[in-house]
Design a protein around this ligand. Structure first.
Ligand code: AMP
Length: 286
């Protein structure tokens, strides 16, 4: 596995394989790799000739400078993890290479960027995400890029950007990978104090409570989110949002007829966690 630190070196490393017609699978990450990231890389390994991971803590998507500073970084460990999943190339650029002086161009996927995470963190968050993903796509020029359903809104925004701007890349969604107790894996989980760790289970418990309500016949969106929020409260956790929305356009739903996305964000002991689930009315509950 090779590690490159500049845009020029990334382009050089991929020119050969691309010229030979090899397919390139790409997994953009902010590092601090865990099993969630590795599941994307393994999937890329199965489906492509060349697997590229980027490791870049993207400054322009952070609304909170403290969160940016505290974001865990260890390229040597990430490289070992990436190699273990069959990655061929790790691209980890410096911010000065990605955002040189006079960087004036951004990509904004309107509407989808303004709700949920965008409403809490500001729409600039997803402009930062879309801009860096667009730039990474132009550098790596992958055939396929893999994104986790963990960041459901991000996935939707990237898909819309690719469609709207005709990027020649296929976007593959990948399921949420969880700890054995249900906590969705996240690079931020290491910042949870031991005393807060059990409370972090509130989000998954709330998603499960909502699906249980749907299984029991509940179809009213307010009733479903009330059920989820009550479960969060049992853990002493307050949601920043807990919203039942259309999985395709994130519009709020009043009734669930078929499927709906329940998205939750909450702070647990100062650590901001997000989780989500697609609730389904037709699930086989036996
Ligand atoms: P991040 O490093 O947090 O920006 O995440 C990089 C990619 O990994 C994104 O596509 C995330 O959605 C995905 N990812 C992060 N955590 C998980 C998880 N627990 N399960 C599946 N994918 C994940």
């Amino acid at each position: 596995m090779k590690i490159v630190r500049t845009i020029a070196d990334a382009r050089d490393a991929l020119r050969g394989p691309r010229g030979l017609g090899k397919t390139i699978g790409f997994v953009p990450t902010m590092g601090s790799l865990h099993e969630g990231h590795l599941s994307l890389l393994r999937r890329a390994r199965e489906e492509n000739d060349v697997v590229v991971a980027s490791v870049f803590v993207n400054p322009i998507q952070f609304d909170d400078p403290n969160d940016f500073r505290a974001y865990p970084r260890d390229l040597a460990v990430d490289a070992e993890f990436a190699a273990s999943a069959g990655t061929d190339l790790v691209f980890s650029p410096e911010a000065s290479d990605m955002y040189p002086d006079g960087f004036f161009t951004t990509v904004t996927v309107r509407e989808l960027s303004e709700t949920l995470e965008g409403a809490v963190r500001g729409p600039g968050h997803f402009t930062g995400v879309a801009t860096v993903v667009a730039k990474l796509f132009n550098i790596v020029q992958p055939n396929v890029a893999y994104f986790g359903q963990k960041d459901a809104q991000q996935l939707l925004i990237v898909r819309r950007m690719v469609r709207d701007l005709a990027f020649p890349v296929r976007i593959e969604p990948c399921p949420i990978v969880r700890e054995p107790d249900g906590l969705a894996m996240s690079s931020r989980n290491v910042r949870l104090a031991p005393a807060d760790r059990p409370r972090a289970l509130a989000l998954k418990a709330a998603l499960d409570a909502a699906q249980t309500a749907v299984d029991a016949g509940e179809r009213n969106a307010d009733a479903i989110t009330v059920r989820a929020k009550a479960k969060l409260a049992e853990f002493g956790v307050d949601a920043e949002y807990c919203a039942l929305v259309d999985p395709d356009d994130l519009e709020p739903m009043t009734r669930i007829d078929d499927r709906a996305l329940l998205a939750i964000a909450a702070r647990v002991g100062g650590v901001r966690l997000i989780d989500n689930a697609i609730l389904e009315t037709s699930r086989n509950t036996r």
